[in-house]
Design a protein around this ligand. Structure first.
Ligand code: VTB
Ligand code: MG
Ligand code: MG
Length: 335
């Protein structure tokens, strides 16, 4: 590969074939179309299963020796592309793969905004190998001094520090938080600063990415606890566009600590920076299932299926939106 790099931390030998970007687009397109057929049918599991099956089938066509390092887990009893599963045809580079075939199963089942099919790929050993537990996260978009916010600072301090760095008042900032009872104290603390809060019911991969699209979304800061797989996927995307993110696994039972240890997590309290979560040359692809601020959902026409996909590549910082019209429907059949 001879691509110039905008990321000085990545060595040429660690660059993965850029042609794989297009292959990832195909994978998330097909997962999204399969899930979207079950959009609005009130059945999370069926939609998730359809996305998983389509994603696995497409992944296994790729010229890679892939390992799923971030997959579905026991937490939501999802039908899994499980952690450790080998994917690809085995004739290509060794890569780590993080997937969420249907990020926002409830959003899809209820046809609410923001369901996506998403995956990331990087050279083997580059993505955090973590169990499907919760993760405490903080994220901001590009353009701020390193360390301006910190996972271990109070929400109050973070809001004030960010406002100062942006040159505005706290009440001019907008913070995105998942609407959960576990965030009652966090929400109260942020409200006290005067900042605005956008609550989302689900979908914090996009929620984190929104901080890097401030001019479109209005979101300055992401705070709170969501899934760890979603944390790694979001970090991978944020790596490509700049921004800052930190995360900490929530290993609140001895059993979770053990599980994480088995996957190489020596320090259960470790605070992960963005490159601890996703390192090296990362490619991320996401296709809209339902309409959302990041992506338009799948459209089923009489003779055409339309999809919208965003694909990120860290080594060059290139972001592409790919609008596709599919006229061969056979490729979406799952049998
Ligand atoms: C989180 C979040 C995801 O599901 O995993 C959430 O990261 C589940 O959290 O974006 P709860 O157990 O609190 O419902 C999503 O919202 C969608 O997968
Ligand atoms: Mg999922
Ligand atoms: Mg998810």
């Amino acid at each position: 590969m001879t691509d110039t790099t905008h990321d000085i931390n990545v060595q040429p030998k660690d660059v993965i074939e850029r042609i794989l970007s297009m292959e990832l687009v195909r994978v998330t397109e097909r997962a999204a179309v399969s899930a979207a057929r079950l959009r609005g049918h009130g059945n999370e599991k069926a939609a998730d299963q359809a996305a998983v099956d389509a994603m696995r089938r497409e992944l296994n066509k790729l010229p890679i020796e892939g390992t799923i390092v971030i997959g579905e887990g026991e937490r939501d009893e999802a039908p899994m592309l499980f952690i450790g599963e080998k994917v690809g045809n085995g004739r290509g580079p060794k890569v780590d793969i993080a997937v969420d075939p249907l990020e926002g199963t409830t959003l899809c089942a209820k046809d609410m905004p923001g369901a996506i099919a998403v995956m990331a790929m990087a050279q083997a050993g580059s993505l955090l190998y973590a169990p499907d537990v919760y993760m405490d996260k903080i994220a901001i978009g590009p353009g701020y001094p390193e360390g301006v916010v910190d996972l271990d600072a109070s929400p109050t301090d973070n809001v004030h520090a960010l406002a100062k760095a942006k040159g505005c008042k706290p009440h001019e900032l907008s913070v995105l938080i998942m609407d959960r009872p576990r965030h009652a104290d966090l929400i109260a603390a942020v409200r006290k600063t005067g900042a605005s809060i956008r609550l989302i019911t689900d979908g914090d991969v996009a929620g984190v990415i929104f901080t890097a699209m401030q001019h479109e979304t209005g979101i300055d800061l992401y705070l709170g606890i969501g899934g760890a797989p979603e944390g790694v996927l979001a970090a991978a995307a944020l790596r490509c566009v700049g921004g800052q993110m930190q995360g900490r696994l929530i290993l609140d039972t001895p059993e979770k600590v053990e599980r994480a240890r088995g996957m190489g997590v020596a320090d259960p309290k470790k605070k992960y920076g963005m490159t601890d979560l996703a390192n090296g040359d990362v490619i991320v692809s996401a296709t809209g299932v339902t309409d959302g601020a990041l992506l338009t959902g799948v459209r089923f026409g009489k003779d055409v299926i339309e999809t919208e996909t965003i694909v990120y590549r860290s080594i060059t910082g290139t972001v592409r939106k790919i609008q596709a019209e599919h006229r061969e429907f056979e490729k979406f059949r799952l049998d």
